[in-house]
Design a protein around this ligand. Structure first.
Ligand code: 3PG
Length: 213
């Protein structure tokens, strides 16, 4: 499953980070993103309807691979799994979160920002990690610098990345995909501004297809 997720992530290249305030918008949102060519999606656990939005998406848009982000503890992980999430992502990695992820068996991408955190997650068998908050934690320079000491760790940077910065990350050999909310901003989702979201998604797909990776 984790190998499959890696392949899907690499093929997608970009992952929209979606904060959804109205679950009735979720299906159209997933359709718009998939139609534009992006089918790996992260729904943040920052609104009360996040899990409902995720299950609406997975039921109605089976081609979408939908995960839950902003997972903070074991309860969040279990709730994500029960709602049909295909993966879980966290902003950081506590020891108890790493342990529960191993028990639960849902593909888990831990948030890391320093070499020690990267090593701790790696020791737990997690070789795919979310570098967060990417821009604030050192950006592309940081990921380039950890490439030699940690050659078997792959990253999915998110946090402060926009359309102009995404391409630079995608050229790094240890970056599988980049994530961010710029493709589908929370306000645009709330307003049902599908034309803006479709345009940003198409622009991101074009960026992925023209980067050397
Ligand atoms: C996340 O949860 O990954 C981040 O909030 C996404 O960061 P961004 O909003 O800065 O793109």
């Amino acid at each position: 499953l984790e190998a499959d997720l890696r392949a899907r992530l690499k093929a997608a290249g970009v992952v929209p980070v979606l904060t959804i305030d109205d679950a009735s918008r979720a299906v159209r949102l997933a359709e718009v993103l998939c139609e534009a060519g992006i089918n790996v999606l992260e729904v943040t656990l920052r609104t009360p309807v996040a899990l409902k939005a995720l299950s609406n998406m997975t039921m109605a848009v089976p081609q979408a691979v939908v995960g839950i982000g902003t997972v903070l503890d074991a309860d969040d992980l279990r709730a994500a799994q029960a709602s049909g999430a295909q993966f879980a992502v966290s902003p950081g990695a506590t020891a108890s979160l790493l342990n529960s992820a191993a028990d639960i068996g849902l593909p888990f991408i831990p948030g890391v920002a320093t070499p020690s955190e990267m090593m701790a997650a790696r020791e737990n068998g997690l070789g795919l990690q979310k570098f967060f908050p990417a821009e604030a934690a050192g950006g592309r320079q940081m990921l380039s610098a950890v490439r030699d000491p940690l050659p078997d760790v792959m990253f999915w940077p998110t946090g402060g990345i926009d359309a102009d910065m995404a391409g630079g990350y995608l050229t790094l050999p240890n970056v599988l995909a980049v994530g961010g909310s710029w493709i589908a901003p929370r306000t645009a989702i709330g307003q049902g501004d599908w034309s803006l979201i479709a345009a940003r998604a198409r622009e991101a797909v074009l960026l992925v297809s023209t980067s050397i990776r």
